[in-house]
Design a protein around this ligand. Structure first.
Ligand code: FAD
Length: 513
């Protein structure tokens, strides 16, 4: 479509505007809007686009209060709208449209594109009435307000962020939590001596939890920074994403899945999930093709070939993958029928003993409901394991596994939206992968990109919220903060974490009969 020809795609957390929808998006919106007017041919815009995408991902939790959009003014038809209706003279121009803007509003341009996230907070704070209804109060809390807080607000937790007047952390965390129930966040200024001395606060920023009844406890985090506060607060007991019922494990055991719930270790990889993913991909997804030829045959060949090389399976499964692989390699016709493939797949009478267990048994990929997790979880896990195994065995082609994955997803993966998004990411920078190690980190980083994009979506299992993985609890040393307080991954530590987490020796084989 026209919008996709521009610098952004539907998977960027950016509302794609055109002359057809720009008015309905900007006029009378209950959220404020930040809009980039750009031209796809403009070098500055191209250079700026990664920052804008990053901003949109970074503040996606703020959407109900302030949403991020873009319009390609180089598109025919959009051009007039940009220059006449919105008075855009140069590219890129970024404008803030307050909530409930009127039809003749042309927005307020940002003169300085550095620190846009903070500039957006400034715009929200300066917002006149009517205030965007989803936007929580951003001003510091006063002692008087605090005294009656739980009488006037129906929440279980109040988080207080003590900080310097110039710090944005408190307001950022307030906005990061706006889509979560049972919690409110307010900032307290360092200069508010009465509150600061009352609680004996000596570190700025620092975060304290206030419960009804008057208790104050310090929130323990690895770093006193936005990402760590938001992560910890979103996971407090009772805090749930708005619209999700609070869930407890006992509800699941009893009646919501056909299979009994198996307790499992959330920080381990299970062979049962890997074998279930193989079963489902080879017996269900590939079976959607009666005949495999050209691209689908190539994709199947590559997939089975990396499985035969790198799947860290039990001997009988490995025997099967190897015989499947050599059978495929020996086919000289330019097409094969799925029936013929299936005969090799299901022929367990061979010597040595070969078999792929029938059916699925999800363990680490169990969902709290039948429509959550399971196969897609198994697919991710499988390919992470394969990139790590390829690295461990020193495979010769560093793109072998990722190319096999890309082709598998493109041709066979049942979730077509997922396939399209994944293909977009692969097209963007798969070519930058230049070693077996960067193949592992590419997949890790891209998986996190997907997690970010779909956090809070209907497909999210409320018991397994999408996080930037691994969490600070799973790998404390993987996380740090930059001088400006931004969350930063320690890539070396993440790499060693991936190596050990997905290594063949840490895969658990219990739950296999
Ligand atoms: P998953 O995201 O499936 O992850 C499985 C396990 O991997 C987690 O439990 C965790 O242990 C581990 N893990 C999590 N993050 C990482 C990481 N960054 N690096 C390494 N390991 C990690 N769903 C959509 O709604 N829209 C999409 O566009 C979409 N695209 C997809 C593309 C692909 C290629 C695949 C395989 C799936 C896609 N899905 C998409 C499905 C979605 O990503 C999840 O797989 C699904 O929602 C189940 O989520 P989950 O909680 O089981 O965790």
């Amino acid at each position: 479509s026209a919008a996709e020809a521009g610098l952004y795609t539907a998977s960027d957390q950016i509302v794609l505007l055109s002359q057809r929808n720009v008015r309905s998006a900007l006029v009378n919106s209950s959220a404020a809007m930040v809009v980039e007017f750009y031209a796809s041919w403009c070098g500055h815009c191209v250079a700026f686009s990664p920052y804008y995408k990053k901003l949109a991902r970074d503040i996606k939790e703020w959407k109900p209060a302030v949403n991020v959009a873009a319009i390609d003014c180089a598109e025919e038809g959009n051009n007039k709208v940009c220059s006449y209706d919105y008075e855009v003279r140069g590219y890129p121009t970024i404008k803030f449209f307050p909530a409930y803007s009127e039809a003749d509003s042309t927005g307020r341009p940002y003169r300085d594109l550095r620190n846009l996230r903070h500039r957006i907070i400034d715009s929200l704070e300066a917002h006149k009435e009517p205030w965007p209804p989803a936007c929580p109060p951003l001003e510091p809390i006063s002692q008087a307000e605090l005294d009656v807080f739980f009488e006037t607000n129906n929440v279980q937790h109040l988080a207080l962020i003590f900080e310097d007047v110039n710090s944005y952390v408190g307001r950022e965390v307030t906005l990061d939590l706006l889509q979560f129930d049972n919690i409110a966040v307010r900032r307290v200024l360092k200069s508010d001596h009465s509150l600061v001395t009352k609680l004996g606060v000596t570190e700025f920023p620092s975060c304290y939890l206030h419960q009804p009844g008057g208790n104050f406890t310090r929130l323990r985090v690895n770093f006193e920074a936005r990402a760590f506060y938001s992560y910890a607060l979103q996971r407090l007991p009772g805090v749930v994403r708005s619209g999700n019922p609070p869930m407890v494990l006992t509800q699941i055991h009893t009646n919501s899945t056909e299979e009994p719930w198996r307790p499992f270790n959330r920080s381990r990889v299970y062979m049962a999930d890997l074998e279930s993913a193989l079963h489902y991909s080879l017996r269900v997804e590939v079976a959607a093709f009666d005949v495999l030829e050209k691209d689908t045959l190539k994709a199947l060949n590559k997939y089975v070939s990396v499985l035969a090389k790198y799947f860290p399976g039990r001997p009988m499964v490995m025997n099967l993958l190897k015989s499947l692989n050599s059978w495929l390699k020996n086919q000289t016709d330019n097409q094969i029928s799925y029936e013929a493939f299936k005969q090799v797949l299901d022929n367990t009478a061979q010597v040595p003993h070969t078999a792929l267990p029938e059916g699925v048994r999800w363990v680490g990929c169990q969902g709290s409901q039948p429509h959550f997790r399971r196969y897609p979880c198994g697919v991710w896990t499988l390919f992470h394991v394969l990139t790590v195994q390829a690295n461990a065995t020193g495979g010769s082609d560093h793109l072998e596994v990722l190319n096999a994955m890309r082709n598998y997803i493109r041709h066979f993966f049942g979730c077509r939206d997922c396939a399209e998004h994944f293909e977009n990411m692969a097209r963007e920078d798969l070519a930058s992968v230049d070693s077996l190690q960067s193949a592992m980190t590419w997949l890790w980083f891209r998986h996190n990109r997907v997690n970010n994009r779909i956090a809070g979506a209907l497909s999210e299992d409320p018991l397994f919220p999408k996080i930037q993985w691994p969490s600070p609890e799973m790998c404390p040393s993987c996380h740090t903060v930059s001088e400006s307080g931004e969350h930063k991954w320690k890539k070396e530590q993440v790499l060693s974490f991936l190596l050990s987490y997905f290594s063949s020796s840490s895969i658990l084989t219990d739950y296999l009969e």
